[in-house]
Ligand binder design. Sequence first.
Ligand code: GNR
Ligand code: NI
Length: 183
Amino acid sequence: MTVRDILILPDKRLRLISKPVAKIDASIKKLVADMFDTMYDAPGIGLAAIQIGEAKRIVTMDLAKKEGETEPLVFINPELVDESGEVSVHEEGCLSIPEYYEEVERPAVVTVKYLDLDGKVQQAKASGLFATCIQHEIDHLNGVLFIDHISKLKRDRVVKKFTKAAKQAAKDDGKDSPKSAAK
Ligand code: GNR
Ligand code: NI
């Protein structure tokens, strides 16, 4: 069980373009396990590897509706191969932008092609929350955050708030860390 730290806005690594997985070996399986541990602990319904600092094209998800049940899903090298012209609006949140929620418009139905943990090519047609979530996660693999889909006014406001909080946290950290006390 390894719960890893989640990168928070404005961490620049969230803007990296993640690299395709070439081979699903033991280190990738361990990373996927860490992603589930971190996602369930948060808790969240989806996680992209870059959110724990690994720029690899891997997504975990669990959209189980019933309390106490799990339905772990893994998408390696996911790609949208089709999207509906019809759009829908969903309120989104992101573990990298805690406690901020905003409505986002996206294609209502998408088809995603990906590799499963055995390296087998799979395809799924997603609608509803599944469609929202897989598009949100594929965005992460491309360095895109859901706030990039909202108005500039709202985005600037939230980026400013998180930048300020990060600066204050860095300051507080320096103040009472053993390192600074020893100075
Ligand atoms: O936990 C999450 N909930 C969520 C709600 C609406 C739309 C997207 C999401 S994904 C998010 C977890 C996360 O940040 N994944 O990258
Ligand atoms: Ni997210």
